[in-house]
Design a protein around this ligand. Structure first.
Ligand code: GTP
Ligand code: MG
Ligand code: ZN
Length: 312
C-alpha cells in the first residue's frame, strides 16, 4: 500500500477568515509520547501551498486537508494537499456535507412553501441527503405541527419539529447529528439556525438577533460558514441565512428533484420519453399534488432560461 507522507497531519477546514483558512486537527497526533494521555482539537490559521492555486483547487469549509510546517506556538500551518470531495453544496458553500438540515420556522418568519421548496431543491440538485428541521414550534398548536409533519411527508421528507423555548425535539436532533459526519444547517435568515447550535452545543455562544418586527424577516446575523463539534466526531455547520435559493437545472431534470414525483416516475413511465409532465397525454404525474403548481410555474421559467439564443 502506498504510504501517505501527510497521514498524520489530516484536518478539516472549519472556517475561512479573510485570506486564511482555519483548520482543526487532532493535537494528539503530533505531540511526543510522554504526553500520550492528553487529547484535544486545535485550530490552526493556515495559508495554502501555491501549487494548489496552480492546480485551480478552491478550498472551502468542510474540505479535508493535509497540513505541514506546523508552528504550534503561534498556531499556524500551511495546507499542502486537499482530499477529493464526496459532495459540494454551492450555497451555502460547504464541502463533504452528508446531511443537509433545512431549517424552516412555523412563524417569525412565516412558513413559505415556495421558499422551503427552493432550499430542498438545491440540496436535491447537489445529491445530498435532506432533512427538514421545523423550528419555533412553541409558536403554534400541536395540531398545526402535525399538519406540517403530514405536509412534509406528502412531499417525501422526514421532519424533526423543535423548539429551543421548551427544548422539544432537541434530543432527537442531537442523536441524529451525532450519527452524521457533517450536517449543515441551512435556511432563511431568522429561522433559528444559530440559536439551535448554541442550544445543542453548550460550549458555543454565537450571536443571534431577533426577527424584524416590521418585515417579519431575519436580519442576516450570521455572516460566515463555520463548523462546530457536536460529539462522536460529528460536525455541524452554521451558515448565513438567505431568502431565495436559485434553481439551477435543466427542464427534463427538474421533476426528478421532487421526491413525490420521483416515486411516481419510478413506478410507471409517461407515454412520451421527453414528457415534461405538463399537459402531455398519458403522463403519470398526479397533478393534484400540493407542489405541482409550484413545479409548473418554475418549469416555465427554467424552459425560458434554456431557450437557445435566437439571432435577430
Ligand atoms: N419562539 C422561538 N424563538 C426562537 C426559537 N429559536 C430561535 N428563536 C429566535 O429567533 C431569532 C433568530 O434566531 P437566529 O438563531 O439568529 O436565526 P438564524 O437562522 O441564525 O438567522 P441568520 O443568522 O440571520 O441566518 C432569535 O431572536 C431567537 O431567539 C424557538 O425555538 N422559539
Ligand atoms: Mg445565524
Ligand atoms: Zn409526464
Amino acid at each position: 500500500m502506498k504510504k501517505n507522507k501527510f497521514k498524520n497531519l489530516k484536518g478539516v477546514v472549519v472556517a475561512l477568515k479573510a485570506n486564511f483558512l482555519i483548520v482543526e486537527i487532532d493535537y494528539k497526533d503530533f505531540k511526543d509520547d510522554s504526553l500520550d494521555q492528553f487529547y484535544e482539537k486545535i485550530r490552526l490559521l493556515c495559508t495554502r501551498r501555491s501549487k494548489l492555486d496552480y492546480q485551480g483547487l478552491f478550498i472551502d469549509v468542510g474540505d479535508i486537508v493535509f497540513v505541514e510546517s506546523i508552528d504550534y506556538k503561534n498556531k499556524r500551518a500551511v495546507i499542502a494537499e486537499v482530499e477529493p470531495r464526496i459532495s459540494f453544496l454551492k450555497r451555502p458553500a460547504v464541502a463533504n456535507v452528508t446531511l443537509a438540515s433545512i431549517c424552516i420556522s412555523v412563524d417569525e418568519p412565516l412558513f413559505d412553501m415556495e421558499q422551503a421548496s427552493r432550499f430542498l431543491l438545491t440540496v436535491e440538485c447537489a445529491k445530498i441527503k435532506p432533512l427538514i428541521v421545523l423550528t419555533k414550534i412553541d409558536l403554534v398548536t400541536k395540531n398545526d405541527v402535525i399538519s406540517y409533519i403530514n405536509k412534509f411527508k406528502s412531499w417525501g421528507y422526514d421532519c424533526i419539529p423543535v423548539s429551543i423555548q421548551n427544548s422539544k425535539g432537541i434530543d432527537s436532533l442531537i442523536e441524529r447529528f451525532r450519527k452524521t459526519k457533517l450536517t449543515v444547517l441551512a435556511g432563511p435568515s431568522g429561522v433559528g439556525k444559530t440559536s439551535l447550535i448554541n442550544h445543542l452545543i453548550p460550549t458555543v455562544s454565537l450571536p443571534t438577533s431577533s426577527v424584524s418586527k416590521k418585515l417579519r424577516r431575519g436580519t442576516h446575523t450570521t455572516r460566515h460558514v463555520e463548523l462546530f463539534e457536536i460529539g462522536n466526531g460529528s460536525l455541524l455547520a452554521d451558515t448565513p441565512g438567505f431568502n431565495r435559493p436559485e434553481i439551477v437545472c435543466g427542464p427534463s431534470e427538474f421533476a426528478y428533484l421532487f421526491p413525490e414525483f420521483r416515486s411516481q416516475l419510478s413506478k410507471s413511465t409517461c407515454k412520451f420519453r421527453n414528457c415534461l409532465h405538463r399537459d402531455e397525454p398519458s403522463c403519470v404525474i398526479n397533478k393534484d399534488l400540493e407542489r405541482y403548481p409550484f413545479y409548473r410555474n418554475n418549469l416555465e421559467e427554467i424552459i425560458s432560461s434554456h431557450l437557445p439564443y435566437q439571432a435577430g
